[in-house]
Design a protein around this ligand. Structure first.
Ligand SMILES: [Zn+2]
Length: 458
């Protein structure tokens, strides 16, 4: 390996403790809760927090009303979809800002949640982040135990870094030892999670019965350690083969039906690397497998959370998933198999922009070109307002625009569900996106190839 080689492993990296990211600047602004129970900080210092009194500021606009936050159990009832923001290693400091924007505008039709990686930050850092996301109804601190399963998943060499062990010491302990599951739970509890996950070791397709048994036994053990008021989900990590192979999928679904003590199922799916970082799943067999999983969960009244799926998770809302997660880096938008990638020395991050109208990201030049078209609807979010054409591209703003836009698309799935439910809403959005994309000069990675597969699955 030469100095110019590097690993595409951002999704496995613990948070950079010295992350230089600064939250996006915003002016102080507040919203009022109707119950008189306080105020929500929409901008300025401590964005995201709830306070009892508003400091003396000259707010330029009249104070808005913010919907009453949903509590965890309300959100997990699944009445409205749950949009989970994954705390990325690199860009996460403006997630509270994204979540308050979504809350003040869409709380009637959207619940929000946050997912942090237990390995990625200290207990204090997790708690500080949760303090800024009090509106996130569901707070998850993923124990990341699948990092132990390099034999089943495709992970980078040495996926468990020293810092990860410091934050999640159970990763260095023997999983067969008596108190192992208990320490996995204690870690999540200590970091402030309000939905605890079972360890979620990867299920080995070569020993299906055995690994399903272990996952469910550890699930039961997790449930047995819950304290009053706590709640847990059965956490499963699977290579895509589990959903693509008929035999494996049948086993998995049968097992889920039998495990009716778990009403929330959290499934992380590892799929083949799609090549370009922003590309999405185009494998029709995998989309159909996800559809069957989501259909089954809906029929059996289990709440399915797909934590690391990006827009594929959004699509799954049509099939009965309750919530999905995405984030500001490609690692949170999909759990792709690790691929060694040679990176040119000095290579810079590609300038891409998420186009809501085609449900896909495109190169900046393509964005600036199609944005001049008559059918183009410009995004009015606060991040796009600062993304000025012709100036130096701001990757942070583009990333938060994408996160916010996917949150808004999630709200739309519910607000447009009067005809044909969420399935009808997703189908219409995808249909419109295909029509629009076909009328644009989009080629290569700028063309939303996934929409055809999606259209067929819908
Ligand atoms: Zn925007």
């Amino acid at each position: 390996m030469t100095d110019s080689d590097s690993y595409e492993s951002e999704e496995f990296e613990p948070e950079d403790a010295d992350s230089s990211e600064r939250p996006i600047e915003s002016v102080p602004e507040f919203a009022r809760f109707p119950s008189g129970s306080g105020f929500l900080i929409l901008g300025g210092p401590d964005t995201g927090s709830v306070v009892t009194e508003v400091p003396e500021v000259n707010q330029s606009t009249p104070m808005r009303e913010a919907g009453t936050p949903r509590d965890r159990d309300d959100a997990l009832s699944g009445e409205v979809p749950i949009f989970f923001a994954q705390r990325s290693a690199q860009r996460y400091k403006s997630i509270p800002h994204v979540l308050v924007q979504l809350h003040v505008n869409h709380s009637e039709v959207l619940s929000t949640g946050v997912i942090s990686k237990l390995t990625g930050a200290t207990r204090t850092s997790h708690r500080a982040f949760f303090d800024l996301t009090p509106l996130a109804s569901v707070k998850i601190v993923d124990p990341m135990c699948f990092l132990l399963d390099g034999g089943v998943l495709r992970l980078p060499p040495d996926p468990i870094k020293d810092r990860a062990v410091k934050n999640a010491p159970y990763l260095a302990e023997d999983p067969a030892s008596n108190n192992w599951v208990e320490s996995v739970i204690a870690g999540q509890r200590g970091a402030g999670a309000n939905l605890l996950l079972s360890p979620g070791r990867a299920l080995d397709p070569d020993t299906p019965e055995e690994s399903l048994d272990v996952a469910c036994t550890q699930g039961d053990e997790t449930a047995s350690h819950l304290l009053t008021g706590e709640r847990c989900a059965l956490n499963l990590t699977i290579p895509a083969r589990w959903l693509v192979s008929d035999a494996l999928r049948d086993r998995l679904l049968t097992q889920i039906v039998e495990q009716d003590q778990f009403d929330v199922i959290y499934v992380r799916i590892q799929w083949a690397s799609p090549g370009a970082a922003s590309a999405q799943v185009v494998d029709a067999a995998l989309i159909d497998g996800i559809k069957e999983l989501a259909n089954l969960c809906q029929d059996e009244e289990r709440k399915l959370i797909l934590p690391q799926t990006g827009m594929t998770g959004w699509l799954s809302l049509a099939f009965g998933a309750t919530g999905f997660g995405t984030g500001t880096s490609s690692g949170e938008q999909g759990f792709a198999e690790f691929a060694f990638r040679r990176r040119a020395p000095g290579a810079t991050e590609v300038e891409r922009y998420f186009e809501r109208q085609i449900l896909h990201t495109v190169d900046r030049a393509v964005h600036e070109s199609i944005a001049t078209g008559p059918e183009y609807v410009a995004c009015t979010c606060t991040y796009c307002a600062q993304l000025v054409p012709g100036r130096v591209w701001n990757h942070e703003l583009a990333a938060y625009h994408q996160l916010h836009a996917i949150g808004e698309l999630t709200a739309r799935v519910q607000s447009d569900s009067a005809r044909g439910g969420r399935h009808g809403a997703v189908r219409r959005i995808v249909r419109d996106a295909r029509q629009y994309a076909n009328g644009q000069p989009l080629v290569d990675t700028n063309f939303p190839r996934h929409l055809e597969t999606w259209g067929q699955a819908l």
